[in-house]
Design a protein around this ligand. Sequence first.
Ligand SMILES: Cc1ncc(COP(=O)(O)O)c(C=O)c1O
Length: 373
Amino acid sequence: MRFNFDEPVDRRGSGSVKWDTIGERVLPMFVADMDFRSSPQIIEVLEAKIHHGIFGYGQDLEFPGIIKQWFQDAYQVPIKEEWIVLLPAIVPVLAAVSRLREGRVMIPSPNYHILLAAPGKAGKETIRSPLKNTNEYYEMDFDDMRRRIEPDVRLFYLCNPHNPVGRVYTYEELKELSCFAEEQNLIIVSDEAHCGLVFDGRRHIPFFSIDEYAAEHSITIMGPGKTYNLAGLPFGFAIIPNGTLRQEFNKTCYSLPNPGILNVAAAKAAYGSSEPWRLQLVDYLQGNRDYFEKALREQFPAIKMTHVEGTYLQWVDFRPLGIEDPYQWLLDKVKILPNKGEPFGLEGYVRFNLGTTRARLEEAIGRITSVIA
Ligand SMILES: Cc1ncc(COP(=O)(O)O)c(C=O)c1O
């Protein structure tokens, strides 16, 4: 079956952050959800649940088995069902989990703005380590991390695939991180929300599967929100192979609610029966990345931008074109709303959301070109 990602769906008036909080003439390319309908399998399951009409406390006994199978199929990584902890969303967990240990949290920057801010919301300080930037190819800087780390740091936040710089970390990079964590006695909290969206045949590697240390000292967090476009039905899960750490995690996150039954049903249809949809989505998003990157680079060679390896997020610096404040310029003159770089830890940059139809990306490129020309 072919899925039509070119179909324009009008989201205005649907109660959408992206489309209902901005002016009529502005093209929204900010908050990270996509302008695509979810897979027919997800929609069908939700329709059945709605029709049933009872929305009591949920407990889907099949769900852990589906995740276990999905890990086997997607990553050839065997897991045990007991390692899985269901979460009501990812964001509140990123704040709560920073209380797992005393002391500060180390986190590379730029990074997903909520990941950067989450420990602060829970009253914890962070130590940021700038990613090494070689012509917009970003890497963790282990020398810098060693220079900056302090004895009180026990937690490290990783984002992979990386929002906003679009890196999909390699085995070698993750292995080096695991060695660093072992040397510094750290627990890694690995936010892998974008793990289903990696391009050019790359493989996402779940952090806990890197080696023995990673398995025993990490909390890997995933969810269907990004890949299956279910941000409005928040849900996630953590994989925590170490039983003691899992208990501590459950205690730390106790105040969080249970996931809703519609949300779990949608997630079950996502991981259990939406693989053909996901594969076609990845192809489409890779085409979007190619189109957007080529159009900007060809017309404005001075522009600085990442080559996105995964996620539908494009990180761009327009300042080499002489544009002082690219965010304001895009909003006021071009009528495009991207995300501002500053909350992600790098002022001056902007982040575009490419999770939309090709026609809308063409519209965006047309708007940028007509203002710069
Ligand atoms: C890396 C990352 N983690 C988590 C989230 C949000 O997760 P949720 O909406 O499930 O809380 C996002 C959303 O953009 C993200 O980019």
